[in-house]
Design a protein around this ligand. Sequence first.
Ligand code: GLA
Length: 389
Amino acid sequence: MNTQNLKRKFTEIFGSSAPRVFCAPARVNLIGEHTDYNGGHVFPCALTFNTYVAAAKRTDGKIRLYSLNFEKAGLVEADLNHLAHDPKQDWANYPLGVFWAMQKRGLSFDGGADMLFWGDVPLGAGLSSSASIELAAAAALNALFGFGLPQTELAKIGQEAENQFVGMNCGIMDQFASAMGKKDHAILLDCHTLKYEYAPLDLKGVSILICNTNKPHNLIESKYNERRAQSEHALKQLQSKLNINALGELTEEAFERNKELITNPVERKRAKHAVYENRRTLLAAQKLAQGDLKAFGQLMNDSHISLRDDYEVTGKELDAMAEAAWKQDGVLGARMTGGGFGGCVVALVKDEAVEDFKQNVAREYETATGYKPDFYAASAGDGARELKD
Ligand code: GLA
């Protein structure tokens, strides 16, 4: 759907005209999984799948939201001065959470808004459809109400909406990637300090393929919050001796020397993943800069194995997809991406091998799980922005 069509739909639904149009991308994480809330590094890139929003201010205090992706939910109405999470509001909790988080920062709205959403992001696939809705809303409200917030602040607002309004205790990666994405680049982000660098994705004959298991995941109901609590408890025990603020500060050696401080063996495994995955991410960024995609791919495989065995967030479908991918000719590496428990695998595949890869992996994966997969060629796109025509 182009900008004009979205504007036309806006007029049909809300009866008024002249909205402004904004968009914010989904992301794929190349490596660095479950490291963000552990004060480590992540290496995502924004995609060219986006959530679009046509939005206009209102003079009263009403907020009216409609999504062309969730038409069954109908028009959702809320009152600017009485915002509260309500499961019945469904998808609309994400943009409402953004209003709420902005108000919580003391930003004042001189009226409500009408907002029409539409996205081409695969939903529930672990590609951050929710962050892209939050960031599209945040970019729109920032511009319409003249708040003048920098993109990094919009990312924090999106995260706060998700943590405190929606109730999913996510880290900063998805919102940051959606806010700060850059065409043809990945972002190496230190989640402890929010320092970041753009890394050119110059893959010379290699494609980034996203393989959707089509096993829906729902991180609110999954074990995501539990994993986070386990990591935090492991950190607390390490802090009884070590002067650290986050697992991301540890080297592998320091972890190995001190791991017995973590009394619960399951929590010890969780912490091990966080420490090793962070180091793998830094190494992977170096390898990419050196053009060593083979080493990069091997680190992706190691990442998947650690997420499978130590962090235990993969599950049957993601493992079947990764294993099918690893067997194919022309594959440099493959791993689950995002929160896990379903969603997508990301693979680096030589261009000439892509068609065979898709056919073979689809066959093997479907035989193993009964689900039909989807494949998308990923290209790295820009972050949240206004679309002017
Ligand atoms: C989800 C969360 C992110 C991050 C990943 C795992 O996508 O939203 O903050 O924790 O899982 O790396």
